[in-house]
Unconditional design. Sequence first.
Length: 218
Amino acid sequence: MSNPPAYGLWLLAIINSLVFIIFAFSFTKPKSPRDWRSFSAFSAFIVALFTEMYGFPLTIYLLSGWLQKRYPRVDLLSHDTGHLWHTLLGLKGDPHSDPLHILSNLFIFGGFILLGSAWPVLYKAQRSHTLAVAGPYAWVRHPQYVAFITIMLGFLLQWPTILTLLMFPVLAWMYTKLAFQEEREVRAEFGEQYARYAENTPTFFPRWRGSAQKRSSD
C-alpha cells in the first residue's frame, strides 16, 4: 500500500488554523484596534504555519537541493521531514516524541493556559476601571503578549519554516511596541498607582526568586 499524501491537505490546514485562531479569539476577545492588530498578527503566523505543515511545503521546496545533498536518505515528501530540527539534528525515531517536540508542546499549551488565565483578570479590571494586578499580572505586566510569543516559539520548535522564522522577530517587536504603547496609556490613567505596580512587576520576564517575598511585604 502506498503511504497517504503528506501535503496538499488543504482542508486539514484550514481546520487546524481555525481551531487555534478561534481558541485564541475565545481568550482574547479583541475590541480595540490595538487588540485586533495583535490578534491578526498571531492569526497570520498560524495560517502561514499550517499552510506549510499540511498544504504546500515551501520551506522544504526551497531547501530541497541542500537537504538532498546533506541528507541523501531523507524523504523530502515525508511529513516527518517537515520537523526540520529533528532532521537537521540527525535525531532518530518518531519526531513527535523527540525532546524538542515535547518542549514545543509545553510552550504551546503553557502559552494558551497563560492566555486563558490572563484574559478574565484583564476583562474584570476593564469593566471596573481598575488596574489589572492579580493572577498572571502579579508576575508580569503583559502576560497576554508573553503568551502569544510563547505559543509562536513553541510552534517554531515543532515546525520551523522560512516564513514563520522571518515573521517571529517582527511580531515579537510588534508586541513589544504595543506593550509599551499600552503602558503609556495606563500610566496616564492610573498615575502613581501604576508607577508602583511597574516598579515591583517585570515587563515580560518574571522574577522567580524572591518575587513572592517582595510582593507579600508590599
